[in-house]
Write a protein that binds this ligand. Structure first.
Ligand SMILES: N[C@@H](CCC(=O)N[C@@H](CS)C(=O)NCC(=O)O)C(=O)O
Length: 216
């Protein structure tokens, strides 16, 4: 029985990133699946006072914040490494994690994925088209910049998978379920990168529940 427990709402991209990190390293873990809204309960707020997912436990060690969790996993289970040793590649990885955490998730994916998928399908709320329209310039900037940084490389920080790939892939994959996401990445290198990521067993092992996929 594994002494690693990951808490989160299945399909959440940040949860999926942590699961992917563990899957890539073939480390056993237990997923404590939560329902939407459960992140604000008194019990869960003891694990994550900010009421976000995921939260993580390794024996008696508790941690939250996805990149901190992934860096810890990489330090404790070093093979295969998810942090480049080359300083410039490592800096690129850190830069892309920053773009994901500060611009792409909060200003693009959280807005458009919520308005197009989570709100209407899970919560029964109406789509706010104005909020989507307001997020589109930042969507364009994020996609252009991430695509430029990827360039002709196999992975975001070079020729090996890193935490940047593991964090961005679940976000971009969810965004690509929306019409705006699909058209934003059309014709970019990021689209091919996402297809390569989706072919990895770690992505296949952590698929979103059907309800969070776009209706055909
Ligand atoms: N900075 C946090 C962000 C986590 C986050 O925002 N997770 C989203 C789901 S992808 C969340 O918890 N949303 C609110 C909720 O589910 O109640 C991290 O890196 O773990």
């Amino acid at each position: 029985m594994s002494d690693i427990v990951v808490y989160g709402v299945p399909g959440s991209p940040f949860l999926r990133a942590v699961q992917m990190g563990l899957e890539e390293k073939n480390v056993a873990y237990r997923l404590q699946a939560m329902g939407p809204g459960e992140s604000k309960t008194e019990t869960y707020l003891k694990k994550h006072p900010f009421g976000r997912v995921p939260a993580f436990e390794h024996g008696d060690f508790s941690l939250y914040e996805t990149q901190a969790i992934l860096r810890y996993i990489d330090d404790v289970f070093p093979e295969p490494p998810l942090k480049p040793r080359d300083p410039r590649a490592a800096a690129r990885m850190n830069q892309i994690i920053g773009i994901n955490d500060w611009y792409f998730f909060p200003k693009v994916a959280a807005v458009i994925v919520f308005q197009r998928i989570i709100g209407p399908k899970l919560l029964g709320t109406a789509t706010d088209e104005a909020a989507i329209a307001a997020a589109m310039p930042m969507a364009g900037l994020c996609i252009r910049e991430l695509d430029r940084l990827l360039g002709a490389q196999q992975f975001l920080a070079g020729d090996r998978l890193s935490i940047a790939d593991v964090m961005l892939a679940p976000q971009l994959d969810f965004f690509a379920e929306t019409a705006e996401g699909e058209s934003s990445i059309a014709g970019t290198g990021l689209k091919a990168w996402l297809a390569r990521m989706n072919a990895r067993p770690s992505m296949k092992a952590t698929l979103r529940p059907d309800i969070l996929c776009r209706a055909a």
